[in-house]
Design a binder for this molecule. Structure first.
Ligand SMILES: C[S@@+](CC[C@H](N)C(=O)[O-])C[C@H]1O[C@@H](n2cnc3c(N)ncnc32)[C@H](O)[C@@H]1O
Length: 483
């Protein structure tokens, strides 16, 4: 993802930008003041790069002097994109890591030219203590960000409420509640620029008003692509969806007379009895993969929340509107929540709730968490899960968002267990390098696709949304209301 990691929009000048600025200034007309300014910038740049070297050379005294007395800029990146923090992560010197974070102005989430945060480097070098320090910093920073965003959000809602007293309420369909810069739910929109463009992959309203294509990749896997050629959903995520359903539905079955799902369905079918209800809610239909697995449990009520017209058309064409127990809510989950509040929709007490949308951000998921105590059935067997692709291009970011989401869920009374799912591709076919390739955002590098009358741009370069080499196995959250 971008310089500061996926969705982390820390826009700081790199050392190169710093140098460019110095040279630009020195060619300006006001020679005296610009020469002084350029010299000052050169000096700061030299100081910052000396700090990187001092860290690499284990020169404790110089590191301390440069940070505490010389106030060297710890966020400056060298030619390979390394900051002093990357260097400290490389050497594994936890004192330097802490010094840079506490006394210096180091930025924990900056990525080097290869897309690695300092934490990723510490992890790959097996420097456990340094890694833990960076993880702690990331979690603190992201928890703080969420608090600040919530404060901003409630301030803007107060403002809107004041306006609402005189103006009709405008639809907020598909818009982000916060416009914050947090991590994307799925990581296809890494353009490395650090900016948040109004792209189909990062802006929900843009995505919902653009076309989608349902096609197949070179390996014959079904894929749904957005108008920029990013993968919205890929067939090879099946093992994740299968395991999610198993983990979320089995407790409800076990709860029902202690019999397995198969036994229960069979017995009740034979005897013609009414079954105990099993109510499931899925937010985001995509290719209908998770819904297919949910159907195997014959839910009495199967609610699918999906706003995209092309996805709805796809679902209709595949016969989903006629499946037993299935009902589509044709709108966003935020619209659905409004309808729940107004009484237009009913709180059913769902046994299983799953959340996997596209072009939304962690702050959206966090907002969804807040409703779970009302959405979930009070039964011990009720489960919630979500697609955890948060920060999946970096080991550190993935760990940070695993912890942050768990803490946020705990705040609202949900306990989380993390299951592991092999995403190496061995479950669905070939493994190794081929599997890593399959975890790219489209698998259609360089291919211009034309399907159903919608022409997609050729993907200039493969955008990975899962760094399987760095991140490892997929973590499946299984959440329940605490005791
Ligand atoms: C990654 S796909 C879901 C894939 C699904 N889990 C499966 O197994 O096939 C994301 C889906 O979320 C839908 N979506 C996007 N924004 C949404 C929103 N605000 N509310 C509900 N669904 C949304 C997209 O249209 C898309 O169909």
């Amino acid at each position: 993802m971008p310089p500061a990691g996926p969705g982390f929009q820390v826009s700081l000048p790199t050392s190169n930008a710093f140098a460019a600025l110095a040279s630009h200034n020195s060619s300006s007309t006001d020679l005296t003041s610009t020469t002084v300014a350029a010299a000052a910038l050169d000096e700061r740049l030299a100081l910052a790069l000396r700090l990187v070297d001092a860290v690499l050379e284990h020169d404790d005294h110089l590191v301390r002097t440069l940070i505490e007395q010389e106030r060297a800029d710890c966020w400056v990146q060298d030619q390979q994109g390394w900051t002093a923090l990357h260097a400290a992560a490389y050497t594994g010197n936890v004192d330097h890591v802490n010094l840079l974070l506490r006394k210096g102005n180091a930025v924990w989430a900056l990525t080097d030219n290869l897309g690695c945060t300092a934490g990723d480097i510490a992890f790959s070098m097996n420097h456990g203590e340094a890694y833990e320090a960076l993880l702690g910093e990331g979690v603190r920073a992201e928890m703080l960000r969420a608090v600040l965003e919530a404060t901003q959000q409630s301030a803007s809602e107060d403002g809107e409420a004041a306006e609402d007293s005189t103006e009709p309420v405008a639809s907020t369909s598909g818009t982000r509640p916060d416009q914050g810069d947090d991590v994307s739910m799925r990581e296809a929109n890494d353009d490395g620029s650090g900016a948040v463009p109004l792209s189909t992959a990062s802006d929900n309203a843009t995505f919902l008003s653009s076309r989608l294509v349902f096609t197949h990749d070179a390996a014959g896997q079904p894929v749904a692509l957005d108008a920029e050629g990013n993968g919205v959903m890929m067939g090879w995520e099946r093992p994740i969806m299968a395991r999610t359903v198993e983990r979320c539905c089995e407790p409800a079955w076990a709860d029902r007379k202690g019999r397995t799902w198969d036994e229960l369905v069979k017995e009740e079918d034979d005897e013609g009895n009414d079954r105990e209800p099993l109510r499931v809610m899925n937010v985001g239909f995509g290719l209908g993969i998770i819904d297919t697995f949910l159907q195997e449990y014959s839910p009495t009520s199967h609610l699918i929340i999906e706003p995209h017209p092309d996805v709805l058309a796809f679902a209709r064409e595949k016969g989903w509107y006629d499946k037993p127990g299935v009902r589509f809510y044709e709108g966003t989950w935020k619209q659905f929540f409004k309808d729940l509040e107004s009484g237009k929709e009913e709180y059913l007490g769902w046994d299983v709730v799953y959340f996997d949308t596209y072009s939304e951000h962690y702050s959206d998921l966090h907002a969804f968490f807040g409703a779970l105590p009302d959405l979930l059935s009070i039964s011990d067997s009720a489960r919630f899960s979500f697609f955890h692709g948060l920060g999946a291009t970096s080991r550190l970011l993935y760990d940070v968002y695993t912890t942050v989401s768990e803490l946020h869920l705990r705040e609202i009374g949900l306990e989380t267990e993390w299951d592991q799912v092999d995403v190496s591709g061995t479950a669905g076919g070939k493994g190794g390098a081929d599997a890593v390739e399959r975890w790219s955002s489209t698998g259609l590098k360089g291919a211009r696709t034309k399907a159903e009358g919608v022409e997609m741009p050729a993907a200039e370069e493969e955008k990975k949304y899962w760094r399987e080499d760095m991140v490892g196995q997929y973590r499946l959250p299984v959440c329940r209301l605490g005791m």
